[in-house]
Design a binder for this molecule. Structure first.
Ligand code: ADP
Length: 472
């Protein structure tokens, strides 16, 4: 089967969050299962572009409304990622340093999608499946079905995977002329509440829809940033498939980004060495338990409670506790965390920004990972934490619910700490609980670390589930 993944992110080319991790891994595992999976994404100005060799495979031009733009498609020559990687170059629109956050993101991603469908339409054969990810590629199923110039793509099957339904790519109807000439009778397939909504359009037009965990699929029918009715109506073609993690990239035994590699057998010593390194970097005492948070500093992740949580916990536990936060996001929160570091430097460190290496080091060196998320479609951090023997402390939601069992569950099945509400009060209670385990039940905690490291969250299983879905 030939599968074309279309995405705004793909690790290690460009990553802003979990979407990049998934698109960097799933195609590799689909190829390992004997299929041909390829990735098409925008050509940003990232280090990966300059450090690799490329060949030109296609050049053409198209219209965005009345503006003509030229585009080129280049392919990475060596297949080093385990799949064919194609980048779409559009001068002045896509060739920027960041993935998102520009005023003309609508124009950037609509042009990208137009270039992709025109390029695919120029192929002599057709792929079996075009698999689009999130709203940045969400207009593609509509274009393939209803745009006049793309007849060759009409019968190609499309799958949408929703990594995050909060962002939908809304654009006013005054921009409808951006979309290549289409059957006007079908304009309702673009619309949600009098706005062009690329995510809603993809839910309506794709042959199948997946989300990145079964629980998130259920939650979307109740809370989907305005699309609840749509998910209820389309539930017949929606399936939740839990993400995997790339066990080759995220392996404490071989990870080149951490100081000391370790396995299940050596987790205690290995962790201690990595923890010492992290604590040195942030001037913290390595004999104290270390709690970390890694992620976007936004409301979805309940990041705004972090300053209270850290401040209260440090006071409650008489400075016998350490925290490190790695993240970026809301400016006010970034400021608060930076100030907090100045106020309690011996117990709290923060790194504001994106740092892949530090993320690996933190998973390896920490005792506990905090994830109080309000919304967590799948969540990869907790799965990386499990793989590195770091106890996840999570809110009972979305993919967190599907992957973490509380350590107090009967039958000694559990290995993490689970709480119900994203409030500073509940998170502090959970930290208090963790401190109890750390002080008095080290043996049980150590056994849990070994248990969680043995859990298989690899992509093999999920990649197989996607293939069965395509076949259906
Ligand atoms: P999201 O909702 O952001 O996609 P996920 O849990 O699915 O959340 O994925 C987050 C990914 O991004 C993980 O690989 C995590 O380690 C990484 N990440 C998030 N913020 C940072 C950061 N500031 N520096 C390094 N890695 C980060």
């Amino acid at each position: 089967m030939e599968i074309i993944h279309v995405s705004a992110e793909c690790y290690p080319v460009a990553k802003a969050g979990g979407l990049g991790d998934v698109v960097g891994a799933l195609p590799k595992y689909q190829n390992k299962l004997g299929h041909v999976a390829k990735v098409v994404m925008p050509m940003y100005r990232t280090p990966f572009l300059y450090n690799n060799e490329w060949e030109l495979v296609h050049e053409s031009g198209s219209y965005l409304g009345s503006t003509w733009f030229k585009y080129a498609v280049i392919r990475e020559k060596t297949n080093k990622l385990g799949f064919d990687l194609y980048l779409v170059d559009i001068d002045g629109l896509l060739d920027r340093e960041k993935v998102y956050g520009y005023e003309d993101d609508t124009e950037r991603f609509v042009s990208f999608q137009i270039a992709v469908v025109h390029w695919l339409n120029s192929w002599e054969h057709q792929p079996d499946v075009v698999h689009v990810h999130d709203y940045h590629a969400g207009l593609i199923p509509f274009m393939m079905k209803y745009c006049h110039g793309l007849q060759k793509l009409r019968n190609t099957k499309t799958v949408l995977t929703i990594h995050n339904a909060q962002y939908q790519g809304w654009m006013g109807w005054e921009k409808s002329h951006y979309i290549p000439s289409f059957d006007n009778w079908k304009s309702g397939m673009l619309d949600w509440e009098n706005t062009i909504n690329p995510l809603a359009s993809a839910v309506k037009c794709a042959d199948l829809v997946t989300t990145v965990s079964p629980s998130y699929m259920e939650e979307l029918r109740e809370s989907a940033n305005g699309l609840e009715m749509l998910f209820e109506f389309e539930k017949g073609k929606c399936v939740g498939i839990l993400n995997g993690i790339d066990n080759e990239v995220w392996n404490p035994a071989t990870d080149p980004l951490i100081l000391a590699n370790y396995s299940i057998k050596t987790v205690q010593e290995g962790k201690a060495k990595n923890k010492a390194e992290i604590c040195k970097a942030f001037s913290l005492d390595p004999s104290l338990p270390l709690f970390i948070f890694i992620g976007r500093l936004v409301g979805e992740k309940a990041a705004e409670i972090l300053p209270y949580v850290v401040g209260e916990s440090v006071a409650m536990h008489q400075q016998q506790i350490n925290f490190v936060v790695l993240g970026s996001g809301e400016t006010e929160l970034e400021y608060q965390l930076t100030e907090l570091q100045k106020m309690i430097p011996g117990n709290f460190g923060c790194y504001i920004g994106y740092n892949e290496k530090l993320a690996h080091q933190l998973y390896a060196g920490a005792d506990f990972l905090l994830m109080p998320s309000r919304v967590e479609p799948c969540g990869l951090n907790q799965m990386y934490a499990l793989r590195y023997g770091t106890v996840p402390m999570v809110r009972n939601t979305g993919g967190l619910r599907d992957t973490v069992i509380d350590i107090g569950e009967p039958g000694f099945k559990g290995f993490g700490l689970v709480f119900n509400h994203a409030t500073a009060f509940e998170v502090n209670e959970s930290i208090h609980r963790a401190m109890g385990w750390y002080a008095e039940k080290q043996d049980i905690l150590e056994a849990s670390r070994k248990k969680m490291m043995a859990i298989d969250h690899s992509w093999e299983r999920s990649a197989q589930e996607y293939l069965e879905l395509y076949k259906s």
